[in-house]
Write a protein that binds this ligand. Sequence first.
Ligand code: CLF
Ligand code: SF4
Length: 480
Amino acid sequence: MSAPMISLLATAKSGGCSSSSCGSSARPDDMDPAVWEKIKDHPCYSEEAHHYFARMHVAVAPACNVQCNYCNRKYDCANESRPGVVSEKLTPDQAMRKVIAVANEVPQLSVLGIAGPGDACYDWKKTKATFGQVAKEIPDIKLCISTNGLALPEHVDELADMNVDHVTITINMVDPEVGAKIYPWIFHNHRRYTGVEAAEILHERQMLGLEMLTARGILTKINSVMIPGVNDQHLIEVNKWVKERGAFLHNVMPLISDPAHGTHYGLTGQRGPKAMELKALQDRLEGGAKLMRHCRQCRADAVGLLGEDRGQEFTLDQIPDEVIYDASKREAYREVVARERGDHVAAKGEAVETVRAASGGSLLVAVATKGGGRVNEHFGHAREFQVYEASPKGIGFVGHRKVEQYCLGGWGEDATLDGVIAALEGIDVVLCAKIGECPKDQLTAAGIRATDAYGYDYIETAIGALYAGEFGIEPLAATA
Ligand code: CLF
Ligand code: SF4
């Protein structure tokens, strides 16, 4: 086993997995085994899988047939990425080299996605050529695309033929009057449409594409950009429509708006939602189409676990002209994960029972983690915190908060810490593997408790024990 695998997974205080749970399935009881097979290694379609598996995007599809008010063509597709230029656009041959180079070095890699920087279905030839080449070389990699949906119906049969099991459609409206405030124009059937007419066509094509995918058993995820004052309340209606048409997941993402990005919304002062506004809308949507809450709005050339981006390690100038695929690291990693995962699920079940048995209130917990489902990152090294809510309903992942790394080269910057504290607004407790007295005191002064007492425990185990202590009950089981 390689060193990175050891550091990622074998970090429990007590080590090893419990004999009762080793090898047990992580599949939820109410999930169809065929669906589970499709999502169990997909970091976006399974919240649990995102602790273990990584995706990579190849930027082979720069052309787009829609103009969104939140997008500037110079930047990544906001459907699937945070604004920031794509480092390099790739041909299908270059993409192939890059995928092999990443697969040889990143054992967590399980999914190849095409998410722009334009539209994967409009720029179809390159999307198809890339998937065709990669599937021949690495047959077990999952293929995934993201699209605005306008050109989707033309390619659904080919997607099915290529065994593409995961398609994301960005759907921001089902009412063309709302759509006209989001899309100034579309390009369809060799001509340009504007206003409500454009939004009507886009809406019809999106619904048709979704229905066609559902009919073929392809899993769909709907991404919606939450734009306060434009479609925030309307997304409740969107959620109903996509649920009725068989969407597997609904991912409501906050608008990212900044004048520096040069987008229409950025330049006209349209604001994005605050973290608590996004959570409030997501909470209202519970009970409808199942929600994804762990999206990181990644770049169209992102590489790695969802919370990290290793793209800069794999630019073309660092990849040899000829690379040969070596499956050994990915195979070894999968064996380790299969063992660890059953243990994690069992520990999570015990923690959830502990919390449900209590009659306490709700606790928002921010966790510093670098993967493997454990509290295993130092406070000062975290670039994001994963946020969980514990309540008598159980323990659920509710989102993440991005922060600037507080500690660089052994020193913490006060100004950075202020930003971290602001990003943690509304959080009750921070869990991390290590924290110094100084940041801990400043967090306490801001009303946020922080502890490293549960360092290297499974996240849910730590939260269960914390919750039990908070509300004065005994944990049902010992921590992992
Ligand atoms: Fe990429 Fe999208 Fe496939 Fe995932 S991303 S094409 S489904 S492999 Fe994932 Fe990134 Fe969110 Fe997208 S975190 S932006 S949901
Ligand atoms: Fe930009 Fe994507 Fe919208 Fe096209 S579909 S304009 S690339 S956000």
